[in-house]
Design a protein around this ligand. Structure first.
Ligand SMILES: [Zn+2]
Length: 201
């Protein structure tokens, strides 16, 4: 088991992951949403696609044992472990400068989209455009009449998701800086999460 790394609440990180290795994302305090992306290492234009994943799984939310698919319909990751109640989101795009502006926040508020770019730049990578993320622990209930709402996470402190790489990828995590809506809990508090790379099984 490798070292557990802290990801500061509101910040992002890019992690190279070889095929066969896995990343564990630990919701240390239970209430933090983690926007999660994967890009192909040999060609970053191949990316983890929520639209393709929904189509390939015939459902809205991947569950334990499911594969997560790329925009080229190739399996990129598998959900190997999930100790949370399994409530995640594939529908909402990541937060950005414009959503904070719409809430009246002053310019400069951190965002998941900016975190994606910053994390890639710190890893020496760049990419045009930010794909829609897999929002770990994000609670977006789909009502009977197909209306959507945004509720606090139902995950618990220490819940973790382990994603196994099925190809060489760069995984990007963003501990979402949203502190206006209750997406990160009813107290609107952004909190640290932790992650670690786990070797081939
Ligand atoms: Zn966010």
């Amino acid at each position: 088991m490798t070292e557990l790394h802290r990801l500061e609440g509101g910040h992002g990180v890019a992690v190279p992951l070889d095929a066969g290795s896995a990343i564990e994302v630990v919701n240390t305090f239970g209430s933090q949403v983690v926007d999660t992306w994967a890009l192909g290492r040999s060609d970053p234009s191949e990316y983890l696609s929520m639209a393709q994943t929904r189509r390939m799984l015939w459902k809205l939310v991947p569950a334990l044992g499911d594969e997560l698919w790329s925009n080229r319909r190739a399996p990129m990751l598998s959900v190997e472990e999930d100790t949370s109640p399994g409530v995640h989101d594939t529908l909402f795009d990541s937060c950005d400068e414009w959503v904070y502006a719409s809430y009246g926040c002053p310019p400069g508020h951190r965002s998941c989209k900016a975190n994606f770019r910053e994390a890639l730049a710190a890893a020496g990578l760049e990419r045009d455009g930010v794909p829609a993320p897999f929002n770990l622990f994000m609670n977006v209930p789909v009502r009977a009449e197909l209306a959507l709402s945004l509720e606090p996470p139902v995950s618990r402190p220490g819940d973790l998701v382990r994603l196994r790489a099925l190809m060489d990828v760069t995984v990007v995590l963003s501990a979402c800086p949203m502190d206006v809506t209750p997406v990160n809990g009813p107290d609107l508090a952004v909190r640290d999460v932790h992650w670690r790379v786990v070797g081939p099984s």
